[in-house]
Design a protein around this ligand. Structure first.
Ligand code: NAD
Ligand code: DAU
Length: 332
């Protein structure tokens, strides 16, 4: 049994990770979460109170973080400002949380010699051309595009430096686009599902040719646990499940699965600097650590996700109007 501190555990991937830990380990979990617009304590409802507790606070607050880390064997760092569109409107919280927050955690785990796993994104590598057969690997050079991805890239580099300079016991994972339950309605797939529920046509940026490499959140989290258990300190592992789809195909599949005509969507203003394509080569994770995805059928994973949003309207409804107001202001 370990005492695990999960930052950002009231958000999408972090909360699913907490459920994964409860189901697959005997660990006791502390969630440290600022409960920004993206964090919701209701996401942790139903978890056993003797194993999961929530501390509301900022990862950039050293006075809170340093003693909190002392009582734990492992820190798994999910907390971030996570949405590209928001980073284009106001980069400031991205610098505070993704860079200063990660620095604050690294100083705390250095002081207490605590094992640390850093959650990051494939966006640190920039984008690939649509017709390029290449995929990202652990040795692809960093080339981030947006304020979001550049602050995530910076946070990864801080981790690498703290490993080499101070001997911090850290691993890093960079994953592709996640989908599944409890994802905020600002993100592509939940936005379109909840639009259809509301009788609103889905919104596709530009021509919709941009490609994302979709992975179910449970496959991401199983890989994270595997890396924590068996990964090599100081190393980076890419997580992906060969799920490349262009945005147009995803919108059309959502419409079909929700009983609508496949062309019942609108093209809207494109994202500034919109990355074209992400694709992950997860060979290292598969061969060295023996991880395999369980959700290999995107169509059925998406159908389950649609069912989850239909069944859990009370959870997402409170976020929907504010998310749509931000998009409306930008013609999206
Ligand atoms: P999310 O936006 O759903 O959740 C982020 C959580 O962090 C929220 O609960 C929020 O309240 C919390 N938070 C934000 N700032 C904080 C601060 N200063 N202190 C404490 N808590 C704070 O994000 P997500 O999609 O679950 O992403 C989680 C992590 O996974 C991020 O590091 C992100 O970069 C990474 N990632 C996401 C994806 C994806 O597809 N969503 C893919 C790869 C990697
Ligand atoms: O690749 C991993 C990244 O995936 C994570 O690091 C980020 O935290 C996560 O938000 C996600 O980034 P994206 O920018 O790829 O995800 P998003 O859901 O915002 O958009 C997915 C694609 O859909 C992207 O090409 C933009 C497009 N899009 C998005 C929205 C919200 C639309 O066409 N219409 C929309 O309404």
């Amino acid at each position: 049994m370990a005492r695990v501190l999960v930052t950002g555990g009231a958000g999408f991937i972090g909360s699913n990770f907490v459920r994964h830990l409860v189901d697959h380990t005997d660990d006791e979990v502390t969630v440290l979460d600022k409960l920004t617009y993206a964090g919701d304590p209701r996401t942790l409802e139903g978890l056993p109170e003797n194993r999961v507790r929530l501390v509301q606070g900022d990862i950039a607050d050293a006075e809170l973080v340093t003693p909190l880390v002392a009582g734990h064997d492992l820190v798994v760092h999910f907390a971030a400002e996570s949405h590209n569109d928001n980073s284009l409107s106001d980069p400031s919280p991205f610098v505070d949380t993704n860079l200063v927050g990660t620095f604050t955690l690294l100083e705390a785990v250095r002081r207490h010699d605590t094992r640390y796993h850093h959650i990051s994104t494939d966006e640190v590598y920039g984008d690939l051309a649509l017709d390029d057969p290449a995929k990202f690997t652990e040795s692809t050079p960093y080339n981030p595009s947006s304020p979001y991805s550049s602050t995530k890239a910076g946070s990864d580099l801080l981790v690498r430096a703290w490993v080499r300079s101070f001997g911090v016991r850290a691993t890093i994972s960079n994953c592709s686009n996640n989908y599944g339950p409890y994802q905020h309605v600002e993100k592509f797939i939940p936005r379109q599902i909840t639009n259809v529920v509301d009788g609103v046509r889905p919104k596709l940026y530009g021509a919709g040719e941009n490609v994302r490499d979709w992975i179910h959140v449970d496959d991401h989290n199983a890989a994270v646990l595997r890396i924590i258990e068996a990964g090599t300190i100081g190393e980076t592992y890419l997580i992906g499940a060969d799920g490349e789809q262009n945005n147009k195909d995803v919108v059309e599949l959502i419409l079909e699965l929700m009983g609508q005509p496949r062309d019942a969507y609108d093209h809207v203003t494109d994202r500034v600097g919109h990355d074209l394509r992400y694709a992950i080569d997860a060979t290292r994770l598969r061969t060295e650590l023996g991880w395999e995805p369980r959700f290999s059928d995107f169509r059925s994973g998406l159908a389950d996700t649609i069912a989850w949003y239909r069944d859990n309207e009370a959870w997402w409804r409170v976020q929907k109007a504010a998310a749509e107001a931000k998009y409306a202001a930008k013609g999206q």
